[in-house]
Design a protein around this ligand. Sequence first.
Ligand code: HEM
Length: 181
Amino acid sequence: MKGIVFTEFMALVEETWGLKCVDDLIGIVNPESGGAYTSVGTYKYAELVSYITALSERTGIDASTLILTFGKYLAKAFMKQYPGYFRDAGDLFSLLKSIDNHIHIEVQKLSPNAMLPSITYEEQDENTLILHYQSQRQLADLAHGLILSCAEFYATEIDIERISISSIPITKERFTIRKIG
Ligand code: HEM
C-alpha cells in the first residue's frame, strides 16, 4: 500500500494517543519495514492490519471503529494533497461517482503499485447513490469513513446504509447513501 496510508495512520495515532503509543505499536508489530514510513514508500497491507489489531487491543476500541475513524482522517489528507479533485467535482455525489473512472485511475497512473478497490455506482434517484465496494482488502470501513468526511467537506448531510455481500477473499459491500434534509 502507498506510504500516505501509513504516514497518515501514524499521524492519527500520535495526535490521538501520543508518540509513545506509536513507538509501542511499532514495537509490537515489529514490521519488516522497520516502521520508518515515508509518503513515497510502499508497504504491506498486512502491516496495516497488524497495527489496527494492536491498536484495538491497546485502546479497547473495535477494529471497525478504528478503521472508520482512520478513513475520516485520511480523507482530510487527500483534501490537502489533491484539492483539485474536490474542487472539480463540486458536490458529494459527483466526487463519489468519479472515484473509479477518474480519481483512482490517476492515482494508479502515478503509482502503478497502488492497491485500490473497485467503487462502482448506481444512481437510484437524485438524493440516493448506491456505491459498490469491492476489494481484496477488508477496508469497507475505510470507505465508510472517507465518504463521511467527503460529505462533511461539501456540507451535505447523509445517511449511509451498508450491506455486506461477501468478505474473504473478496470483500463486497453495498453502500446506500441518502441525502437528508
Ligand atoms: C480525492 C479523493 C481520493 C484520492 C486522492 C484517493 C486515493 C487513494 C489512495 C492513494 C489510496 C491508497 C492506495 C494504496 O494504498 O496503495 C486509496 C485507497 C482507497 N480508496 Fe481512495 N482516494 C480518494 C477518494 C476515495 C473515496 C471517496 C473513497 C470512498 C469510497 C475511496 C476508497 C478507497 C479505499 C476503501 C481504499 C483502500 C484500498 C482498498 O480498500 O482496497 N477513495 N485511495
